[in-house]
Design a protein around this ligand. Structure first.
Ligand SMILES: [Zn+2]
Length: 223
């Protein structure tokens, strides 16, 4: 049986299959997290050396629909939601960064934040890879192979930790297995939510230990 798809934000029936947000909501229902920021970095964040840009798409408004979408993607096996969010982000990446800061395109590489294998098994997929697949569909940028960068340790949940404690918690968590794949590339780290930056920064540090490259960070939400 096929149910008509409705927009998860406004309830409007959407004729296109695999579509969870109507165009109107994509354009208007969310607050742009980098709207007035020409450098695509947050002035309140101290970025590690080598981070060229950070672009989060929408503010993580706790009362809004975005936390619901992220929850569906992470805990309710709604892979399609992630693909759609990735495609929407892909349009933005194309418009704002490609051919500008990221040039030539063939040097760009999407690096989804790795998930520990036990968590991935439980979840069914790595949500950051799903987002990256959506971005790839729209932009044509390749995704790094899943074995190239790994998460070797399981970490405790970081929700209540400070930035410093988070960085400590993430020490030695990421490991580069195939530096050749990353060398000299413009890496675009992909994640669902940017909170303090500790996850993306730790991954960046781990990569920088063995590889010389430029790095950008893109996330769907900014908490
Ligand atoms: Zn809508």
């Amino acid at each position: 049986m096929v149910f008509p798809e409705t927009c998860l934000n406004c309830g409007l029936i959407i004729p296109v299959e695999e579509h969870h947000l109507c165009d109107q909501c994509v354009g208007q229902a969310f607050e742009d997290a980098n709207l007035n920021n020409i450098d695509f970095c947050d002035v309140e964040i101290i970025y590690p050396q080598g981070i060229q840009f950070h672009d989060s798409m929408w503010h993580y408004d706790k009362k809004g629909v975005l936390p619901k979408l992220i929850r569906m993607l992470k805990y309710e096996r709604m892979e399609r939601v992630g693909l759609e969010l990735g495609r929407i982000y892909g349009q933005r990446l194309k418009k704002r960064h490609l051919g500008k800061r990221i040039e030539p395109l063939k040097d760009a590489l999407l690096v989804p934040v790795p998930l520990h294998f036990s968590k991935k098994r439980k979840r069914g997929y790595n949500q950051a890879f799903v987002l990256a697949r959506g971005i790839q569909e729209v932009t044509g940028i390749r995704i790094v192979s899943e074995e190239a960068v790994r998460r070797t340790k399981k970490t405790i949940t970081q929700t209540k930790l400070s930035f410093g404690d988070r960085m400590e918690n993430l020490k030695g968590v990421f490991e580069v297995n195939k530096p050749d794949e990353l060398e000299g590339k413009y890496l675009i780290i992909v994640d669902d939510v940017f909170t303090t930056g500790s996850t993306a920064f730790s991954l960046h540090f781990a990569i920088q230990e063995s590889v010389k490259c430029n790095t950008g960070i893109v996330t769907v939400a900014k908490a």
